[in-house]
Design a binder for this molecule. Structure first.
Ligand code: A3P
Ligand code: EST
Length: 289
């Protein structure tokens, strides 16, 4: 395996830790030119990025499955800051793309490329509760070798609380995007609400994008973006992606809310709750756990 993807250390870019090999392309990310007809999907990792990407892709293609299944979701929705040996730099791909682009990013508002602030395109942000993200991220670290070794669950949870994980602190991420939601065209969604009533949330996306679809197309979208359908779909489940070992933990792991209860000990939970109160004291953003 390429050394670059065999547990390389994180690198700091503009104060934010990033997956080691991604740092080599950072200059191109900083200089990236957004366009007014872009659509940006921004998330902290493990918050439902792939799910909402698939929903958006199907909406834009009127649930034309043949079109949507032509290539994997990570090709249809390039991951802005992703690059490294054996992985095409998303900035190269995006710079060459003429059609309206749907772009994925895990960047915080503090390090988003400058051109972001000059353009007026739409952004869908998806947030998920901090505890389930921690669990999902731990299993993702275990299976994706581009991250440093996660250590034990307890060690990982401490790193996560300190923001010593790729893309930094969860709280800074969700609060940063929440803060600018009225200044930019942002639809701020929650993973838990998507689970609770997927149809209602797809309708929000439709309204935000100014699209209308028939009931039949809606049914198709809901069916193809259900957890089970995406888990079995090689174009959605990352099984075709290099440098991930799905036998350690599949990318489509559980797709539920509240799995943290199976991981946090009582004392980890107490410590986390205290930390969480302090981190979230300066925001009106709330989550259901
Ligand atoms: P779990 O690890 O808790 O199962 P991202 O795409 O941002 O990396 O997020 C991945 C998480 O979203 C994983 O969570 C994955 O199972 C979940 N997920 C992906 N598609 C989903 C869907 N259609 N319904 C519910 N959860 C989904
Ligand atoms: C990290 C977060 C995410 O939402 C998607 C991806 C896809 C690209 C992945 C990276 C990631 C995790 C680390 C890698 C990288 C490609 C090579 C590297 O090893 C798996």
């Amino acid at each position: 395996m390429e050394d670059a993807f065999n547990r390389p250390p994180l690198r700091l870019v503009g104060g934010m830790p990033i997956i080691g090999p991604f740092a080599a392309n950072w200059e191109n990310v900083e200089q990236f030119q957004f366009r007014d007809d872009d659509l940006l999907i921004a998330t902290y990792p493990k918050s439902g990025t792939t799910w909402v990407s698939k929903i958006v892709d199907l909406i834009l293609n009127k649930a034309n499955l043949e079109e949507s299944q032509k290539c994997a979701i990570f090709e249809r929705v390039p991951f802005l800051e992703c690059s490294g040996p054996g992985v095409p730099s998303a900035t190269d791909v995006l710079n060459k793309q003429n059609l309206p682009r749907v772009i994925k990013t895990h960047l915080t508002v503090d390090v988003i490329p400058k051109s972001f602030w000059d353009k007026n395109f739409k952004i869908i942000y998806v947030a998920r509760n901090a505890k389930d993200v921690a669990v999902s991220y731990y299993h993702f670290y275990r299976m994706a070798y581009g991250h440093p070794e996660p250590g034990t669950w307890d060690e990982f949870l401490n790193s996560y609380m300190e923001g010593d994980v790729a893309f930094g602190r969860w709280s800074a991420h969700v609060k940063g995007w929440w803060k600018i939601r009225q200044q930019k065209k942002i639809l701020y969604l929650f993973y838990e609400e998507m689970l609770d009533d997927p149809k209602r949330e797809v309708e929000k996306v439709l309204k935000f994008l100014g699209k209308e679809i028939s009931e039949e197309v809606m049914e198709k979208i809901l069916e193809h973006t259900s957890f089970n359908a995406m888990k079995d779909n090689p174009m959605a489940n990352y099984s075709t992606f290099p440098f991930m070992d799905h036998s350690i933990s599949p990318f489509m792991r559980k797709g539920i809310s509240g799995d943290w209860k199976n991981h946090f000990t009582v004392s980890q939970n107490e410590k986390f709750d205290e930390y969480y109160r302090a981190e979230m004291a300066d925001t009106d953003l709330t989550f259901s756990m």
